[in-house]
Design a protein around this ligand. Structure first.
Ligand code: G4F
Length: 352
């Protein structure tokens, strides 16, 4: 059987690592684009790939950057992929307010460079492209959101992702490129970056077992998110790429929780009950048993503009692709905390 080849940009991230593992298990030859800073800090930069045992004979690393048009064209030309998954992104919403131009370079220019490379190399006939679009594009529109909802992003990240989404759609409609947009709602896992709220919380809860130190500082607790599991979502990406026609699909769990409810669930999974006292910036989350302050509010984690309510409707993916999430919220939370406990005990043994 002829082995399919995939190129994954952003392969060192949460989704990239899970997708690489998934495709290797399906018998693909996988090429991963990794940025120079992962090369410099190789051990840390490639830690997810190491953990999932991705590095091996059917996986090749290419150092580069989607915002460098020459680089991405040359990687596409040399690897000749059947499928390109564009997962490279500046993905932290709050950070995008600090570096809006970089967000555009990576999130909008990046996909443009890929689309142009495929077109100029006359590879339209053989390559399929997946663009990682985001529920952050919906911004302020009322929940639930699906493929037909309006889009009013409220962060530089969301605006840059919306530009990327439209470029993908435009190249599909005007040049006939096989490009699909996966509009993914928040998706978490043990490999989630620790600067995202879920992993920041689970890491703190796991550390509590080794003794109380200082409170966890968080921002807005009222925002509501639809949290699914990244492992289900990379399967969905692949399913979109196997469809007969290129199209755009929402992937979501269909259940939403506030950040506060997530915090409560994470703490209670290890037996801590939080009592919320006070309000606004003075609000505290107190351990009902010991009186220790576990959570405090820090204005620094508030964004200039907040996206209040995301709840995805993934009916189209269910109907057309037969995709549905298999890992529930409770299991995801359990896996994240178990992973953090393991990492913390390895660090304690000097193996971290
Ligand atoms: O975990 P977050 O940083 O994820 P956010 O902003 O929803 O973005 C994630 O999901 C998007 C899909 O909709 C992706 F496109 C994007 O790349 C990323 O993966 O924040 C979630 C919520 C926000 O409302 C934030 O204001 O948690 C709130 N929050 C409260 N305290 C915090 C914190 N977020 C972070 N990162 N850190 C805090 O201390």
């Amino acid at each position: 059987m002829v082995q399919k080849k995939a190129l994954i940009t952003g392969v060192a991230g949460q989704d990239g690592a899970y997708l690489a593992r998934f495709l290797l298990d399906k018998g693909y030859e996988v090429h991963g684009l990794v940025r120079w800073d992962s090369y410099v800090a190789k051990r840390d930069g490639l830690r997810r790939l190491n953990l999932l045992e991705v590095l091996g004979p059917y996986f090749s690393i290419h150092y580069g950057d989607v915002s460098d048009a020459h680089n991405i064209a040359s990687v596409i030309k040399s690897t000749k992929p059947d499928e390109i998954y564009n997962l490279a992104a500046l993905s932290h919403v709050q950070v995008s307010f600090d570096v809006p131009a970089s967000s555009f370079d990576i999130n909008a220019h990046g996909i443009l460079n890929i689309l142009e490379a495929v077109r100029c190399l006359d590879m339209e006939e053989r390559v399929r492209i997946y663009q990682a679009s985001s529920s952050e594009m919906f911004g302020k529109v009322p929940a639930p959101q699906n493929e037909m909802s309006a889009m009013q992003p409220c962060s530089p990240y969301g605006v840059s992702k919306l530009a990327g989404y439209h470029l993908a759609r435009l190249y599909r409609e005007s040049y006939g490129l096989w490009v699909c947009n996966g509009i993914l709602f928040n998706h978490e896992s043990p490999l989630r970056g620790e600067d995202f709220v879920t992993h920041k919380v689970t890491r703190y809860v796991a550390e509590l077992e080794h003794g109380y130190q200082k409170p966890l500082s968080l921002g807005n607790l009222e925002a509501i998110r639809d949290w699914g599991d990244a492992r289900d979502y990379v399967r969905g990406m692949w399913m979109m790429m196997q469809a007969e026609e290129p199209d755009d699909f929402v992937l979501a769990s269909g259940q939403a929780l506030s950040v506060r409810a997530f915090v409560d669930a994470a703490f209670s999974s290890l037996g801590y009950q939080i009592e919320w006292r006070g309000s606004g910036l003075d609000e505290l989350g107190v351990d009902a048993e010991t009186g220790n302050v576990l959570v405090k509010i820090d204005e620094a984690f508030y964004r200039p503009l907040e996206l209040d309510h995301l709840l995805g409707d993934a009916s189209k993916a269910k109907d057309i692709l037969a995709w549905k999430p298999e890992i529930g919220f409770e299991q995801m939370l359990r896996d994240m905390i178990e992973h953090d406990r393991k990492i913390i005990s390895l660090e304690g043994n000097g193996d971290g």
